[in-house]
Ligand binder design. Structure first.
Ligand SMILES: Cc1ncc(COP(=O)(O)O)c(C=O)c1O
Length: 434
């Protein structure tokens, strides 16, 4: 199964990505190494842009930068013509430093600080998504009489979706946004809409991640459109735009059956168009915010094998030179991954192994169970689908250095984030001895 568009194997049995075999990449950059297939990322951007279109509906694709953001990625997203979602001053800073146009940025977050709001206003960010009344008041207090900014409000539609199903409940406990079932939400909408410096564009909501069910997305869209109608009827306010968030599932292992997004996205716009007509509301501008679906499959993490260990219970471990510090999702979400011995692709994967790393935690698991040929010291182990929420979630736990990130394309590679050194680890320590 191919995870990224340029995946292949040399006749010597070495995995290649972007036209380069991973043994060559290991020689040049070392391991652990985050490798991103640039052509695949660009294809995904393009795929969403062309798939998310409809002759009646105005649409926009916003890349959720929390999945993976660097200067190079910000530039790629701009080149591909996608808007950008940021959730912190740090993400905003990265995008602006890369020359990404502030007007195309959507600033999210449930607890933006005063400083972050100031920073957003200073760079003239395109849209701020307000999460709660406190944020509205803070923003209002910062605006001068002739300043203006586009605003969306984060709603909680009472729908939660994860992978195979969704649940609809008025008691959704999410910390994000304001409930559509709470009457005071209308008060905030009224207050935003009547603040002269704020241009109220509409609503944002996001119901979960790694979603495989079309019905989750359509139920979500319908719930928001019904609320748009309620706002029109109650407050006389016409909502111009709705942002339905991200959450489009990807394949981590052969068991995962993601939606064929391109066909589905068009169907979703059909539903939005028809539902708006039925409700008698003006068809809004519709946005989506994929993160994972753009970058997850573009990434592999390359490790070197240290040794193997069969413990008393007979369980077999293979130890690699990374850890949960560069691969958090298995321990954080019990996520499943597929991996291969990348220098022995032609050999039969005959035995079950748990791939673990160097961190001092029993939970330091990279792959819970994968069939591999018997690994040997210095073999290369590649883990697929690590392009989203890997580099962006990496830490220095156990004072492990974060790996470099490279982009590969058409047989060439380029460093986009250099690997950390020990000196980087003590860079912010205050050295009392000096
Ligand atoms: C507000 C918002 N938008 C978009 C995303 C992207 O989700 P995904 O990467 O699953 O597409 C997230 C993820 O948490 C989110 O919280």
């Amino acid at each position: 199964m191919n995870y990224y568009s340029t995946q292949s194997t040399t006749k010597e049995g070495i995995l290649t990505i972007g036209g380069i075999d991973v043994a060559t990449l290991k020689q040049q950059y070392g391991t652990p190494l985050y490798i991103m297939d640039e052509a695949h990322i660009r294809e995904q951007c393009n795929w969403f842009k062309t798939g998310f279109t409809h002759n009646r509906v105005s649409t926009e694709v916003i890349y959720a930068s929390k999945a993976f953001l660097t200067l190079a990625m910000s530039r790629l997203v701009h080149e591909e013509g996608l808007s950008l979602d940021v959730v912190s001053g740090g993400e905003l800073y990265t995008a602006i430093k890369a020359g990404y146009p502030a007007q195309n940025i959507y600033f999210h977050g449930n607890n933006k600080s005063l400083t972050e709001l100031q920073e957003a206003l200073e760079v003239n960010v395109g849209t701020i998504i307000i999460d709660n009344p406190h944020e509205f008041n803070t923003l209002k207090s910062l605006l001068t009489a002739n300043q203006s900014v586009n605003i969306m409000l984060r709603l909680n539609p009472g729908i939660e979706a994860h992978t195979h199903e969704y649940i609809a409940t008025t008691k959704n406990d999410s910390k994000f946004g304001l409930s559509i079932f709470d009457e005071t939400t209308m008060d905030l909408i009224q207050a935003i809409a009547s603040t002269p410096q704020l241009h109220f564009k509409g609503f944002h909501s996001h119901i979960g991640s790694q979603i495989f069910e079309e019905s989750s997305f359509t139920a979500h869209a319908e719930a928001i459109l019904k609320y748009v109608k309620a706002v029109k009827d109650t407050l006389g306010i016409t909502v111009e735009a709705i942002n339905l968030g991200g959450g489009f599932g990807v394949r981590y292992t052969a068991d995962d059956q993601p939606i064929d997004n391109q066909a589905f996205l068009h169907r979703m716009l059909e539903v939005i168009s028809a539902t708006s007509d039925t409700l008698g509301i003006t068809l809004p501008h519709v946005m989506i915010e994929p993160g994972r679906a753009i970058v997850a499959n573009a990434g592999i993490t390359l490790y070197e094998v240290g040794t193997t260990k069969q413990v008393y219970s007979q369980k077999r471990y293979v130890f690699v030179d990374g850890s949960m510090a560069d691969h958090l999702r298995t321990s954080l979400y019990q996520a499943n991954y597929h991996g291969v011995l990348a220098n022995r692709m032609h050999e039969e994967a005959s035995h079950d192994y748990t791939v673990t790393g160097k961190a001092c935690e029993s939970g330091d698991i990279i792959i819970r169970n994968v069939k591999l040929p018997h690994p040997k010291t210095h073999d290369l182990l590649a883990v697929f689908s690590t392009g989203a929420y890997h580099y962006s979630m990496a830490s220095n736990y156990n004072r492990l250095t974060r790996p470099p990130v490279i982009f590969v394309k058409d047989g060439t590679s380029r460093l986009v984030v250099r690997g950390e050194t020990y000196a980087d680890l003590i860079r912010y320590d205050v050295d009392d001895a000096q």
